[in-house]
Design a protein. Structure first.
Length: 336
């Protein structure tokens, strides 16, 4: 059976891969809704909705339908995904003709997984497969999952981190923890308010993170940040350095390393020995942090690999599945 679309419906971003074409959409998992009386109208979706964060009146709300990897609001998730598909000229009434792969975090419970199945059926998608994010991430990094080797993968996303031990097509151990890039954004906002006396948005915090975030304690990178003075309410610019936000990143990745150790401690000794030899693979939006490989390797005492395109690894792995459909049957799971 040939599938033609793959969807990664993440807490921070939604990505869609089209067979024969590649990644055709990657946008923020947000939808802006205006309520007039009892009528709700979609005013923006995706990146356009992100531009409205903190800029709307009381009648308009920017909503994130996916939270911690799970569907928080089925109706808004449906509306958002419908809008994304319309951007690709795919109307709901024609979705019956499409065969779609959904990529899911490994930490979802049965009820949360069922929500994704309900979402697919509510959009008239009749043929759908659900594959684990951990396996598609490894595939996206070029790992041969046909081999007998055991691999460890860590996917650090917006507000969820997926950690799994994978052998072949199966997840031996897997967990999702509710920490990720958004934790860093919020912590940067709080830090600048307390230390520098300025108020900035989480969008600005994300920009700071992209520019100077580093796990090298002596990194001298700096960035001019504009915000609102807490006391005077006027515009103010301050210079911050990579060292100013180092402790935030240290806390995040130290916690992730502790979870990795816990997962490993629950595996057989042969599995642990093989992983320590082979190393750990890291992907996701936070995997681009400078110095991450050395930081995690120093704590976990094993090689750590970050792929060249960490933010796209999972959806690229899904694209491989579309081009090699026999793999889908081997790694997909039924959702009751």
């Amino acid at each position: 059976m040939n599938y033609d679309l793959a969807i990664e419906l993440g807490s921070k971003y939604t990505s869609i891969y089209k067979a024969g074409t590649g990644v055709v959409l990657k946008e923020s998992s947000l939808i802006a809704v205006k309520q007039t009386g009892k009528t709700k109208t979609i005013v923006a979706c995706g990146d356009e909705a992100k531009k409205l964060v903190n800029k709307t009146n009381t009648l308009t709300e920017v909503i994130a339908p996916i939270e911690n990897g799970a569907i928080k609001s089925l109706s808004y998730a449906k509306a958002m995904l419908k809008e994304f598909l319309l951007k690709l000229d795919i109307k709901q009434k024609f979705l019956k003709s499409h065969k779609i792969v959904f990529c899911l975090p490994c930490g979802l419970n049965k009820k949360e997984k069922k929500s994704f199945k309900n979402l697919a059926y509510s959009l008239n998608i009749n043929v759908v497969a659900f594959v684990p994010q951990a396996v598609t991430s490894l595939i996206g990094m070029g790992v041969d999952i046909n081999s007998t080797r055991t691999h460890m993968v860590v996917n650090v996303g917006g507000n969820i981190t997926d950690i799994a031990i994978v052998n072949g097509y199966n997840i031996i151990k897997g967990v999702s923890v509710n920490i990720g890039g958004e934790y860093v954004d919020k912590a940067i906002v709080d830090l600048l308010r307390a230390k520098c006396g300025i108020i900035i948005s989480e969008n600005m915090a994300e920009e700071i993170k992209k520019e100077i975030a580093s796990l090298h304690i002596r990194d001298k990178s700096s960035y001019n940040v504009s915000g609102i003075d807490v006391n005077s309410g006027v515009h103010k610019t301050v210079l911050i350095t990579a060292n100013d936000i180092y402790s935030i990143l240290f806390d995040l990745f130290s916690n992730i390393a502790k979870v990795c150790e816990t997962v490993l401690n629950n595996c057989a000794s042969d599995v642990v020995s093989e992983i320590i030899k082979v190393g750990m693979y890291v992907c996701g939006g936070m995997a681009h942090i400078y110095g991450l490989e050395n930081f995690l390797s120093g704590i976990l005492k094993m090689p750590v690999y970050v792929c060249p395109e960490p933010e796209s690894t999972t959806i690229l792995g899904c694209g491989f599945l579309l081009n090699n459909p026999t793999y889908i049957d081997k790694i997909s799971s039924d959702i009751e």
